[in-house]
Design a protein around this ligand. Structure first.
Ligand SMILES: Cc1cc2nc3c(=O)[nH]c(=O)nc-3n(C[C@H](O)[C@H](O)[C@H](O)COP(=O)(O)OP(=O)(O)OC[C@H]3O[C@@H](n4cnc5c(N)ncnc54)[C@H](O)[C@@H]3O)c2cc1C
Ligand code: FES
Length: 512
């Protein structure tokens, strides 16, 4: 298993993605789409169907490598931001539009599953928002009332079809689940040809804006009248990054000794919350459980998040082994709704980000909204999700908190003591921060003892990266940029690898 794929998700492991070529020549299309996850492929499908030529430019593997392939793929009308909170900060009409967009996205996926005959285990199932704590029952009841006031088909229950006792649950009718990579790989298949392109292994380095944008990749140039940045969080420097907080979330898949629970979606009121669903693997059920979220870079021992999640599962389900485990990242916006629309910097550059943990629906809706903007069509949620929208007062507190957090990390990590004085203190397969002549260095020792030395300054906005022991990656706490153990970009805003440094910088114990 390569370091790149240390924890492949069940979705990635169970699908063979088509190998698209790297970009080989300069191409010109109507719309360049950076990123081949659910946002990019939804937009590409809609635009191609409307007669536009598109180029989907993906740094790794289209439909089988982004967060859309490391998700849990619940399709719920309930958002990460409770409706009770949404109604506090937005009008009732806005909250209704947010619920509509989630419903619309699920219906669009269902429609395409039929239109393109996609075998991706799409199923309409109920969703249960539950609590095991007496003290959360009142807030759950309030959420039920908020959902009902928005016309959502919800029912308050005293139990949920789980193998453990709950204190209360809100049942949402007609939610859905699917196999995300089967869906995305199939969507991609119908995009090639007729002047459209799909490029794997092609990383976008920058976008030179103009009437015709020049998208500079590591393989050449794609020129396009419109560009969609569908990279989950904007690449390069963007003012929007100050309004996004990156979180890591952890997932395990267990093989239960008996079915143990209904095929439905479950999530609880804990903070961070747990989320649970079932899937069929080779005809047998697997139960997928997620949780243990934390702000990226805030947890020193990320392996412990998997241990805690397994302990949570063992208290509630009967199983012998954890069959799969993976982790991935999501981004919270300051006001609880995503940013989808035109970039503040250019009229023909579009962004879609800040989905929190409900990005399979928001990503689908983001693809729809952006393609509507490009095609000059009205969309009922354009103003609600506009990146430049007026943010409610409550968002100011979150913005200040997130800004202080970034400043704290930017300054604090620079003056923190190094984690090792010598490479002899680094175990094979481990990374540690060292220091040389005042510079923080990210030092990784591979399983054979070879040492890699890099500047620890993230190439995005120069925060200091942290070692993630579960994923063997260097993660940036400021805007969620991630690099593999030897410094190559994995995901997030950076487009350049960590700068390499000489081994001689760390060969000897360093005087401070
Ligand atoms: C653990 C976890 C569980 C989740 N569960 C759910 C759930 O149950 N339901 C739900 O609705 N949402 C869920 N989400 C959220 C959801 O999965 C994401 O919001 C969604 O997948 C984001 O899709 P995307 O297409 O915007 O981004 P991605 O799927 O990440 O796609 C972006 C693509 O852009 C590529 N890229 C990045 N930079 C460049 C570059 N410079 N050049 C070229 N390509 C580039 C990346 O390689 C990637 O393939 C979950 C998230 C996590 C972390
Ligand atoms: S991701 Fe922005 S500084 Fe690292």
């Amino acid at each position: 298993m390569t370091i790149e794929n240390l924890h492949p998700s069940f979705w990635v492991s169970s699908v063979k993605a088509k190998k698209y070529p790297e970009q080989q020549a300069t191409v010109a299309v109507d719309v360049a789409i950076i990123g081949g996850g659910i946002t990019g492929l939804t937009a590409a499908t809609l635009l191609k169907r409307a007669g536009k030529t598109v180029a989907v430019i993906e740094a790794k593997t289209i439909g089988n490598s982004g967060v859309s392939s490391y998700t849990t793929a619940h399709l719920t009308e309930h958002l990460d931001t409770d409706y009770t909170d949404l109604l506090r900060n937005f009008s009732k009409e806005d909250a209704m539009r947010a619920a509509f967009s989630a419903r619309y996205a699920t219906a669009l996926i269902e429609q395409w599953v039929e239109d393109f005959s996609i075998k991706c285990d799409f199923a309409r199932v109920p969703g249960y928002y539950f609590t095991e704590k007496e003290e959360d029952v009142d807030s759950l009841r309030a959420e039920f009332e908020s959902a009902r006031s928005l016309g959502i088909d919800a029912a308050l229950m005293q139990e949920a079809p789980l193998p453990f006792k709950v204190k209360a649950a809100v049942r949402f009718a007609n939610q859905a689940q699917f196999h995300p990579t089967k869906y995305l790989v199939a969507l991609a298949k119908q995009l090639e040809g007729d002047g459209s392109y799909l490029f794997n292994g092609t990383r976008v380095l920058s976008v030179e804006q103009g009437e015709i944008n020049q998208v500079q990749t590591d393989k050449g140039i794609v020129s396009a009248a419109s560009v969609i940045v569908a990279t989950h969080t904007p690449i390069e420097l963007s003012i929007l990054q100050t309004e996004l907080t990156p979180y890591r979330s952890y997932v395990i898949a267990i093989r239960p000794e008996k079915p143990q629970m209904e095929t439905a979606l479950f999530w609880d009121t804990e903070d961070p919350y747990h989320y649970i669903r079932r899937v069929k693997d080779k005809g047998e059920p697997l139960i997928i459980i997620g949780g243990e979220d934390h702000v990226t870079g805030d947890e020193d021992d990320t392996e412990s998040c998997f241990t805690a999640l397994e302990a949570y599962a063992r208290e509630r389900f009967q199983f012998t082994d954890v069959e799969y485990s993976w982790s991935a990242q999501y981004y919270d916006s300051v006001d609880g709704l995503p940013y989808i629309g035109r970039s503040a910097s250019a009229a023909n550059l579009y962004l879609s980000t800040g989905y929190s943990g409900t990005g399979m629906t928001f990503g689908t809706f983001g693809g729809q909204l952006i393609s509507d903007l490009i095609l000059g069509k009205e969309n009922p949620c354009a103003d609600l999700y506009s990146p430049g929208r007026f943010k409610p007062l409550a968002a100011a507190g979150n913005l200040i908190e997130s800004g202080l957090n970034v400043i704290g990390k930017f300054v604090g990590d620079r003056i923190a003591a190094p984690e090792a004085e010598s490479t002899s203190e680094i175990e094979p397969g481990e990374g540690k921060l060292m220091q040389h002549n005042g510079e923080k260095l990210a030092v990784y020792k591979d399983d054979d003892g070879k040492v890699y030395v890099m500047s620890a300054k993230c190439t995005h906005a120069k925060c200091i990266v942290h070692w993630n022991n579960a994923e063997k990656s260097w993660d940036c706490p400021c805007h969620g940029g991630r690099f593999d153990a030897t410094g190559n970009v994995k995901n997030g805003p950076p487009t350049m690898a960590l700068e390499t440094r000489s081994l001689s910088d760390v060969a000897q114990p360093v005087a401070r």
